[in-house]
Ligand binder design. Structure first.
Ligand SMILES: Nc1ncnc2c1ncn2[C@@H]1O[C@H](COP(=O)(O)OP(=O)(O)OP(=O)(O)O)[C@@H](O)[C@H]1O
Length: 784
């Protein structure tokens, strides 16, 4: 790692990699009084490491793959495929475009060629990815006689009825998603009996995607699948593919509920990569809340950077967080290019179509043949694209997880050639931390994919589905870890014991009632009042903070404004509107500890994991221009919501704070600032979004009698985020301290301690006090 200078960077040998020369070009275009480059690193080229085709591989499978361009497998591919072929579950967690697919294609094609009845199931989180993988499986099976009778086929919500019937009867490799597995396959499993009886392999692609409540639901769908397979006498092997995360084997085991080996040593080649971290400057004449300084937006900075790269002829994709952001960035780039060359603007596009595979392929082709030089896109292009020809990737705003960052960054680099990856920070604590602490991005990942399949709110509805599929035995209930949940369901008459197990009433339809992506509990329907079109749903518990009257609601990139929220009828009415501002709810929160699940004391600091009841009330919202400037604050009076969840907590003694140099009148501001930044930084260790979690801090909490900070899971029952914060508390608080300390503002800003959803108007906030507090806490946690 190198600290940059504004002179020409060189690699110490006098030669300039292509990525570096692109970075130079961007730096030359930067106004002289700005110094936004915080770090850059040269990631050296990596040569391919090849293995031989395994002995067990079927010759037809090898020939088909060879014809598709794979002359020999890379080491990690052979390793993963061989583990699977020997009957053990495996997760392959290697870089973008490292050929993870071969890890499952080879054992599946082999088993299905050798055993004429054997079947396989492939699960993808998005339909588009499933469609791409199906296409590639079809090409492989079409090319060889011995593979032709496999008939890979998709089976999802879009599959017509006649094709579904055909697929059930003939296809031996089904491509679907967890939603369809839940509601289409497991519910009517009798029709799938031959398929399930012969199931050899289950593929879970991009498995890091299954996190939080959705991940917990998928984990339980997989357990239901394994249970039914066992009844039919099958015991399929699971092959999972994941982006690079911390502890992929442990996360995969949690997801499938069985031991899973990991393969992480990537044998695929890539060219040298220059990674640059970029922090837009503070604006001179614009200020935000409480007069705090704000930075130029990542989107407008990215426009300028992409324009410079396009002028150089570099094929560039810029990843932006929202579709509107993607459009504005493309437009900004076009405007700048028009000043240089009237032919260049048309060679830049926003990728704004839906998630259709055809659109993606068109874009891939245009970028590959150079018709397009620049594209601004949302993360729609993140999964399952095969763009091999990008010279530069600009990531405008950290995409939330290190895994996503590398998925996006990994799109850069033609095989073997140099490329540039440039992360532009948004005005946010996590982005600030990362551009000042590159090791968190460039070294071994610390964030783990978090799920909690034992959450009773998730387990209850899943148990009803399992019982509907086949009556549950007492042992099975115990294996689900669900005895308490079952007892409660039985008390409510939702499940009954009969002679040989637990049943649900024939009149109930638990599958239809459970949307595995839909969150927990009652749902509020979001409806366009003009057209009557239903746009989606929101958890009833979250609706007051997401679809309150006046909220700007983005649905697949289109913008709507909420007119009315009726919690009794479970409906939010919206109309299409594209205002210049975004909105964020302001909430006040109270928290009561119900139970200490874990508690440890380190000198004058106590750390714990607690069950809590959180009361939340939305008291208004803030309107903010895209530049970061505040328009105004609007008051609202929404009902109080109660959340039964888990929190990570720490307490400190007043004496410790005073010894640290914080007088009592500064306790509230110091704790408050430390809490805000900690919320912003939790995604560093857990795959969550800051909107998945919340916090409370107080100079005197009635349950602890001490100055206390809580960070809680924003989902009923908890999704595992607080648990992860508790497990990694030192690393997390250390990063929090660093993020605050390294921010150049004087008294706190959105890049460090201000929170977009603070119900107290970000007041009081004591930036220096927070650093003193965290330093003292960490000293206690680390002392022997
Ligand atoms: N051993 C190999 N030798 C040469 N090319 C290969 C090899 N294995 C895979 N490829 C090619 O590499 C590209 C990427 O493969 P694949 O899509 O399986 O990667 P991936 O890791 O699943 O990607 P993603 O990160 O997008 O999920 C494909 O074009 C594939 O044909």
């Amino acid at each position: 790692m190198t600290t940059p200078s504004r002179s020409t960077p060189s690699d110490g040998h006098g030669t300039l990699t292509y990525g570096r020369s692109l970075l130079n070009r961007v730096l030359v275009g930067t106004p002289a009084n700005e110094d936004p480059l915080t770090h850059y690193a040269e990631l050296p080229a990596r040569a391919a490491r090849f293995a031989d085709w395994p002995q067990w591989a079927h010759p037809a499978a090898v020939r088909a793959l060879d014809e598709a361009g794979v002359r020999r497998p890379w080491t990690h591919q052979a390793e993963a495929a061989s583990i699977a072929a020997s009957g053990r579950n495996v997760v392959v967690s290697t870089g973008t475009a490292s050929g993870k697919s071969l890890g499952y294609q080879l054992p599946i094609l082999t088993a299905l060629a050798v055993h004429p009845r054997a079947t396989a199931l492939y699960l993808a989180p998005t339909k588009a990815l499933g469609a791409d993988q199906l296409r590639s499986a079809q090409e492989l099976t079409d090319s060889e006689n011995d593979l032709r009778a496999i008939y890979p086929c998709s089976y999802d919500g879009d599959t017509p009825t006649e094709v579904r019937q055909w697929a059930r009867a003939n296809a031996r490799w089904i491509f679907t998603n967890p939603d369809m597995l839940h509601v289409g396959i497991l519910r009517g499993h009798e029709r799938w009996a031959p398929f399930l009886r012969n199931l050899r392999y289950v593929v879970i692609d991009e498995c890091h995607y299954y996190r939080g409540v959705f991940g917990s639901n998928v984990a339980l769908v997989v357990r239901r699948l394994r249970r039914l397979c066992a009844r039919y006498g099958a015991d399929p092997v699971f092959v999972l593919a994941s982006a690079t995360t911390s502890e992929p084997g442990a996360a995969a085991s949690r997801l499938i509920g069985a031991p899973c080996e990991e393969v992480v040593d990537d044998g695929s080649p890539h060219g040298p990569r220059t990674v640059a971290l970029w922090e837009p400057p503070l604006l001179q004449h614009v200020t935000g809340e409480n007069g705090a300084p704000i930075r130029r937006s990542a989107g407008s900075e990215a426009s300028r950077i992409m324009a410079d790269l396009v002028v150089e002829g570099a094929r560039t994709v810029t990843f932006v967080r929202s579709r509107r952001g993607a459009e504005l960035t493309a437009l900004g780039t076009q405007r700048l290019l028009a000043e240089v060359d009237p032919d260049l603007p048309e060679r830049v596009a926003a990728y704004r179509a839906g998630y259709l595979a055809e659109d993606r392929r068109e874009l891939e082709a245009a970028l590959a043949d150079g018709t397009l030089l620049g594209a601004a896109t949302t993360n729609a292009l993140e999964l399952g694209v095969d763009i091999a020809g990008l010279d530069a990737v600009v990531v405008a705003g950290f995409p939330g997880t290190v895994a996503s960052f590398w998925q996006q960054a990994g799109r850069s680099g033609r095989r073997g050639e140099g490329s540039l990856v440039l992360l532009v920070a948004r005005d946010d604590p996590l982005d600030t931390y990362l551009v000042h602490h590159p090791a968190a991005l460039l070294d071994k990942p610390v964030e783990a994919t978090v799920t909690d399949p034992t959450n009773p709110y998730v387990l209850g509805p899943q148990l009803l589905c399992a019982a509907m599929e086949l009556p549950l035995s007492d042992d099975e209930v115990r294996a689900f870890g669900a005895w308490d949940v079952l007892t409660e369901l039985a008390e409510h008459g939702l499940i009954r014991r009969r002679g040989h197990g637990w049943f649900v009433g024939a009149e109930t339809n638990p599958h239809a009632a459970l949307n595995i992506r839909g969150g927990i509990g009652m749902q509020v329907a979001i409806v366009d009042g003009g057209s009557g079109r239903m746009l989606g749903t929101s958890d009833a518990a979250k609706a007051p903070s997401t679809v309150y009257p006046g909220a700007v609601h983005i649905h697949q990139g289109e913008s709507f404004v909420v007119d009315e929220l009726d919690l009794d009828d479970g409906i939010a009415l919206v109309h299409p509107e594209n205002p210049d501002w975004t909105t964020s709810a302001r909430e006040v929160t109270d928290i009561v500890i119900e139970d200490w699940l874990e508690q440890s004391t380190f000198g004058e600091v106590t750390v714990g994991l607690v069950r809590v009841e959180v009361s939340n009330q939305v008291i208004g919202y803030l309107r903010k221009l895209h530049s970061g400037e505040i328009v105004d604050a609007v008051d609202l009076d929404m009902p109080v919501q109660r959340l039964d969840t888990r929190a990570v907590v720490y307490t400190v003694t007043p004496e410790l704070l005073m010894r640290a140099g914080i007088p009592p009148d500064r306790f509230p501001g110091s704790l408050h600032a430390a809490e805000h930044a900690a919320i912003g930084l939790l995604p560093l260790v857990a795959t969550c979004d800051r909107w998945d979690i919340g916090g409370v801090s107080t100079a005197l909490h009635r349950d602890t009698g001490l100055p206390t900070v809580f960070v809680y899971d924003g989902h009923q029952g908890g999704a595992g985020f607080a648990d992860r914060g508790h497990a990694e508390i030192v690393r997390w608080l250390d990063a929090t301290r660093e993020a605050i300390d390294s921010c150049e503002c004087t008294a706190g800003c959105p890049s460090c301690v201000q929170s977009p959803k603070c119900g107290n108007g970000n007041h009081p906030l004591d930036k220096d006090g927070a650093v003193l507090l965290l330093t003292a806490v960490l000293l206690e946690l680390r002392s022997p």
